[in-house]
Design a protein around this ligand. Structure first.
Ligand SMILES: [Zn+2]
Length: 570
């Protein structure tokens, strides 16, 4: 041996792996940058200079020479829907999301390929299109998507293309036929079957509840297929450096699936689950919740470092593009949206919603509420505070989405240690639409991350995948520049974050939301060895370059789960 590397530490105690020669963005209190770190038993045991960490090396210690690459804590997507995300990708569905698809032409090409490998009559389902991201519609705003874009390519297969927000669908003639939709069909309440003004024929665009007509007849995936998708599509998350997620709206069969996955082997992503028993979106009820909770003997935190029960998700309202988010200031059409739980009228629904929150809080569940409108956020925050007054514990209840939140509400959220998660990546793709819907000023305060952080609220970023890409680099860049995807228009310059703040919204702040800030979210001794290794230090480059920064390697619990081949642990 040319040097006595184990001089300081007897071999059994030496780290399994060290990383050296990098720019390690620790995301600690001072946002320090380190050169090297050491890992033992899946945890970080030391962070420091090359020299300090080299001193810990034993004979069996493996070494990752970072060659100047940057290391972030493993990214944490604090709100997404894992099973839906998993089946939103090929081979289960065509990926119509941007940037995979940029035009109707692209959609037609993917459809033609799918038709070529399908049998006649087989359904072809796609997901993720966004009118704002399709060239032809941007060039001609009067143009409407329809069956005429699909019929010539797929005359014999029902085609069902679901919009990114899951509110609208674009279908062909075979699907209209299968669903029994013709010129005489009336749309279900809350839905629109778009029809040609001259002929009265359905054009192939189904809005909101009109989608239910197709949902009733489309084929469903089996539980085993969903499980296989969850297992296989984890690689998309690993490729992005994501090592933790909160998956929301999980039902009892989902939880059974995760426990099978967790016992079968090592899944590359740590899972925090938000349970949900009520009907999705509309019609949540206290009775359903009480009945379900009778069979659950544990509150938040049950599980292990790989899969745990985080809490319960409750829907308060709808979403702004559909004008169903509950807001104080009316939408241009004079409506205000409303609560979506059971009850006749706002007052009854509000009381019902509050009792649902209390019911979970009292049983030891953290509560995460889907609340988009400022009025829905206020209802949730008031219910959280009242619950905490009755029975104080470190619940960290939080709101999800919060497109608009009043400054006074933010102050109260901070005071009561309530959290929030929002989706800059969605704002990025809908910003121009929202500018038109509510005007640039109100749009500028949509997803007010800066105001929340300044008020002292723990506000995290997330993707809501499959509603948007889980590629955190997009949301992170957007949080810093707030330039819209299609026109580059800046929305709310006063809501821009610094790069340090933006990184925190994807690391340490989501860790706090899941009561895990002591074990993840920063690179400090004692925490899980979860890392995302990037080609460049994103704290030191033009923020417009963040989206294009290559991810070189992902490590979870000290184990490499993705590498692009640039670096190697030796
Ligand atoms: Zn969601």
């Amino acid at each position: 041996m040319t040097e006595n590397r184990s001089a300081h530490v007897p071999d059994p105690l030496a780290p399994e792996m060290i990383m050296r020669n990098g720019r390690i963005v620790t995301v600690d209190e001072r946002f320090g940058i380190a050169e090297a770190l050491a890992v033992q038993h899946g945890r970080i045991v030391a962070v420091g200079s090359n020299e300090e960490i080299d001193g810990l090396r034993g004979r069996r210690t493996r070494v990752l020479d970072l060659q100047g690459a940057a290391v972030l804590p493993g990214l944490n997507d604090s709100h997404m829907h894992l099973p839906w995300f998993a089946v939103s990708k090929p081979p289960y569905k065509l990926d119509l999301s941007y940037p995979n698809v940029r035009s109707i032409r692209d959609c037609r090409r993917l459809l033609a390929e799918a038709v070529a490998r399908s049998k006649a009559g087989q359904w072809i389902i796609g997901e993720g299109w966004n009118a704002e991201c399709l060239d032809e519609l941007r060039a001609d705003p009067a143009r409407v998507l329809g069956k005429s874009d699909l019929d010539d390519i797929a005359p014999d297969n029902p085609v069902y293309f679901i919009e990114f927000s899951f509110h609208n669908a674009w279908v062909n003639s075979r699907t209209l036929e299968s669903a029994g939709i013709d010129r005489h069909t009336a749309a279900p309440e809350g839905g629109v079957i778009v029809k040609d003004p001259k002929s009265g024929e359905p054009v192939g665009l189904l809005l909101e509840k009109a989608r239910d007509l197709v949902e009733r007849v489309r084929p469903e995936l089996t539980r085993e297929e969903v499980k296989q998708a969850v297992l296989q599509n984890a690689r998309y998350l690993s490729e992005l450096g994501i090592t933790s997620i909160t998956s929301a709206a999980e039902t009892p069969p989902d939880v059974a699936m995760y426990s099978e996955i967790a016992t079968a082997g090592r899944y590359p992503v740590r899972l925090n689950l938000l349970l949900m028993w009520a009907a999705y979106g509309l019609g949540g009820s206290l009775a359903d919740l009480q009945e379900a909770l009778r069979y659950v003997g544990t509150g938040s935190g049950f599980g292990n470092e790989w899969v745990k029960i985080g809490g319960v998700k409750i829907f308060a309202d709808g979403i702004p593009p559909a004008r169903t988010a509950w807001v104080y200031d009316a939408y241009p059409d004079g409506s205000h949206g409303g609560l979506v739980v059971q009850g006749a009228g706002d007052e009854e629904r509000l009381e019902h919603f509050r009792r649902m929150v209390f019911c979970c809080h009292e049983r030891g569940f953290q509560v995460a509420v889907h609340a988009c409108g400022d009025r829905a956020v206020d209802a949730a925050v008031q219910a959280f505070i009242d619950a905490l007054r009755r029975k104080p514990w470190d619940a960290r209840h939080y709101t999800i989405h919060g497109d608009w939140i009043r400054p006074e509400t933010m102050r109260r959220m901070a005071e009561w240690r309530l959290g929030h998660t929002t989706q800059a990546v969605i704002k990025y793709s809908i910003s121009d639409t929202i500018d038109r819907l509510v005007g640039p000023e109100r749009s500028g305060d949509q997803m007010p991350l800066k105001s929340l952080l300044d008020a002292g609220v723990v506000a995290a970023n997330s993707s809501d995948a499959p509603c948007a890409s889980p590629d955190w680099r997009i949301g992170l860049q957007y949080s810093i520049v707030r330039e819209s995807r299609s026109s580059g228009t800046v929305s709310g310059p006063h809501q821009r974050l610094t790069v340090q703040e933006a990184i925190r919204t994807y690391t340490i702040l989501p860790a706090w939301l899941e009561h895990a800030e002591r074990v993840k979210g920063s690179i400090e001794a004692g925490k899980y060895a979860d890392f995302c290794i990037l080609a460049r230090d994103i704290t030191a480059i033009d923020p417009h370059e963040i989206m294009r920064t290559p991810i070189l390697m992902t490590i979870v619990g000290g184990r490499e789960v993705y590498s692009d081949g640039t670096l190697a642990i030796r």
